[in-house]
Design a protein around this ligand. Structure first.
Ligand SMILES: Cc1cc2nc3c(=O)[nH]c(=O)nc-3n(C[C@H](O)[C@H](O)[C@H](O)COP(=O)(O)OP(=O)(O)OC[C@H]3O[C@@H](n4cnc5c(N)ncnc54)[C@H](O)[C@@H]3O)c2cc1C
Length: 465
């Protein structure tokens, strides 16, 4: 496992806060070992650093009271959604109180006429889409996990649809949040755009719980398209598949999804989801629009794919077939673990400008091979974003060292290509070393914002900066 640095603990403050919150919350304040471990990091090779207690608020007012109590005693507050973040975001390096927001899971208002919805932070993306389906609406952001919308806003998440609909940054209209002193603020109203002052909505989106806790989210919705079709196409090499992606984006074909899987990833989903996709680099696509529109997009993509030697191009309007394909793609993480049972997947995440995609993917796969890492690659490649996931024995120090070398090398490669060390997973603990390399002195301004809004550094300490 990779050790995350511990920070000094405020033992007296923590004991006092637990005593006060226990009186107020009764059984909704838990201190058992198992539940605390579950609220530390559990998804990758980063060591678990558990909080001292977990509390389950039911309202914004309760969140405010928790934060006020922690602020009075300078005790860390760590927001928690579904715990699926991948860079140690929910760890408690200085101990403290994990605020689990999953019992605040009400869909408060659907404004169908305005194409927006107001939700509490514990609503998951699947819960929201099930609720919306009958009204002909959907919310497009879809990380592979069924994450909470609070966690997704806090990590500025995206997923397969971002190439068409943007990321959480583009889809959050307004937030209600509890700031580090316990004050409740609203960052905006429901208007689709505003020029009113600093953009606090986008400051909190992606802030990973380090500036405040999000207690209500107003999100943009989309109408379910008249027609949706899915396509797949195989390629002789990763380079050819990436060149086809680059051309598709550069020609402006408005694909809703365009996902790359390498040979190992295809093998994994074939085994796990009982599919028989040809075992070669594969692109999965989805087109949204009118009946004629999706047919036209599919045809245009087919011509591009042919130019780059694509084979087996096939598209379908069948909802059942389409869902089967995308479920398989979303299950890739679990599928990959079955390729080497007992291993941990380190889903590292980089993103580069689309014109550098092929170069970056080719270099990444060559480097993984050189370091003898078994590392399937998948990507939301329409955005220039991909994940390469070494499957490692986390107790094998030598393999861990090779993987650390790879992750650092890849982050720096992406940065050197005008890209980023993380397209969607965030910084957390795991990517902190690369932030200054990526944005240089701008990190000082981030630190100044953090110090101004959270002077005692109680909001999720040890993350981002
Ligand atoms: C199989 C798998 C596939 C994934 N695929 C994708 C993908 O395609 N795209 C992608 O972007 N991510 C992906 N992820 C990562 C993860 O799902 C996202 O980062 C997601 O947004 C985390 O949401 P969560 O509810 O689990 O948040 P958590 O992990 O619980 O928390 C994440 C961070 O947000 C903070 N936080 C949580 N709730 C709040 C709140 N209400 N207010 C303030 N701060 C809060 C936490 O303190 C923490 O810093 C994947 C993860 C897995 C396991």
């Amino acid at each position: 496992m990779v050790k995350a640095a511990a920070l000094p603990r405020n033992e007296t403050g923590i004991a006092t806060v637990i005593g006060i919150l226990k009186q107020q919350f009764g059984d909704r304040l838990q201190t058992g070992q198992a539940i605390r471990e579950q609220h530390g990091h559990t998804t990758t090779w980063i060591d678990n650093q558990m909080p001292d207690a977990v509390v389950f608020p039911h309202s914004t007012q309760e969140v405010s009271e928790i934060v006020k109590t922690c602020a009075a005693h300078k005790v860390p507050v760590i927001g928690f959604g579904t715990g699926t973040s991948l860079e140690g975001h929910v760890n408690a390096p200085a101990g403290g109180i994990s605020v689990d927001l999953m019992q605040m899971n009400q869909i408060l208002a659907v404004h169908a006429e305005d194409l927006d919805v107001v939700v509490q932070p514990g609503v998951t993306r699947e819960q929201l889409n099930t609720h919306l389906r009958d009204q002909g609406l959907f919310f497009p952001i879809d990380p592979g996990a069924n994450a909470s919308l609070g966690g997704m806003a806090a990590t500025r998440a995206s997923g397969t649809n971002a190439v068409r609909y943007g990321t959480m940054k583009d889809n959050v209209i307004a937030l209600e949040a509890v700031m580090a002193d316990g004050e409740i603020i609203r960052t905006a109203q429901r208007a689709k755009k505003t020029s009113a002052g600093y953009d606090l909505t986008r400051l909190l989106v992606g802030s990973e719980g380090t500036l405040g806790l999000i207690t209500e989210i107003t999100l943009k919705l989309q109408g379910i398209p008249e027609a949706i079709s899915a396509a797949r196409c195989s390629f002789a090499s990763m380079d050819a598949a990436c060149q086809a992606v680059m051309a598709t984006i550069q020609y402006g074909i408005p694909v809703a999804r365009i996902e790359l899987l390498d040979v190992i990833a295809v093998r994994a989903v074939n085994n796990y989801s009982k599919l028989d996709l040809p075992e070669s680099p594969l692109l999965l696509l989805e087109f949204h629009g009118s009946e004629n529109g999706v047919a036209e997009q599919a045809e245009m993509f087919g011509q591009i794919a042919e130019e780059f030697g694509g084979t087996g191009f096939d598209w379908t309007g069948s909802t059942e077939e389409r869902n089967k394909l995308w479920q398989a793609r979303h299950d890739f993480y679990w599928a990959s673990l079955q390729l080497k049972p007992g291993t941990t997947a380190l889903a590292t995440d980089v993103c580069v400008p689309i014109s550098r995609l092929a170069e970056c993917v080719n270099a990444a796969t060559a480097k993984a091979e050189e370091l003898d890492l078994f590392a399937p690659l998948v990507g939301h490649v329409g955005d220039g974003n991909f994940h390469i996931s070494p499957l490692i024995d986390a107790d094998n120090a030598e393999e861990v060292a090779r993987t650390e070398q790879f992750v650092a090398w890849l982050a720096e490669l992406a940065i050197s290509m005008d890209g980023t060390c993380t397209g969607e997973h965030g910084i957390g603990q795991g990517k902190r070393a690369y932030l200054t390399k990526e944005i240089g002195p701008a990190t000082r301004y981030m630190a100044a914002i953090k110090a101004a809004l959270d002077p005692d550094n109680i909001m999720n300490p040890g993350k981002i900066l």
